[in-house]
Design a protein. Structure first.
Length: 143
């Protein structure tokens, strides 16, 4: 006899830190949670998709930029980081290699801020932490 048990699943996401013309690319969220707040572009990894391909897809959908993952910033897994449930994010520094900057998909607008300005903002989720860690680890200086 088999025992039936149920698991709650963790949702895997990606976020990208893009340096574009010396500034950080942020989006203004079109939807809840954090509707209207600034955030790093990113989103949910689809079933069968690698985190690298998800990053490229999400960044293009939200910012219009074609980007490639440059370096891993970190993995963010605090269970309360997203009010919708337990979402784990893999954050990358991403290098733009094409496209045209324009808001799309879940973004109502795209904003360019200096690193200093972006760090002063209250970003959605734990995106301020991602940005601070990227800056303090020297990842941003590699671009």
């Amino acid at each position: 006899m088999f025992r039936v048990f149920y698991m709650k699943c963790i949702i895997l996401t990606v976020d990208g830190i893009i340096l574009y013309n010396g500034k950080i690319v942020l989006i203004r969220r079109k939807n809840e949670p954090f509707k209207g707040k600034l955030a790093l572009p990113g989103g949910i990894v689809e079933y069968g998709e690698s985190v690298e391909n998800a990053l490229t897809r999400e960044l293009r959908e939200e910012t219009g930029l074609i980007c490639k993952p440059k370096k891993l910033v970190g993995v963010y897994s605090r269970p309360d980081r997203d009010p919708r449930g337990h979402f784990v994010s893999v954050c990358f520094l991403a290098e733009p290699v094409g496209g045209k900057l324009k808001a799309g998909d879940d973004a109502s607008s795209v904003i360019l801020l200096s690193i200093e300005e972006a760090l002063k903002c209250e970003l959605a989720f734990d995106h301020s932490e991602m940005l601070r860690e990227a800056m303090h680890s020297g990842v941003l200086s590699e671009m």
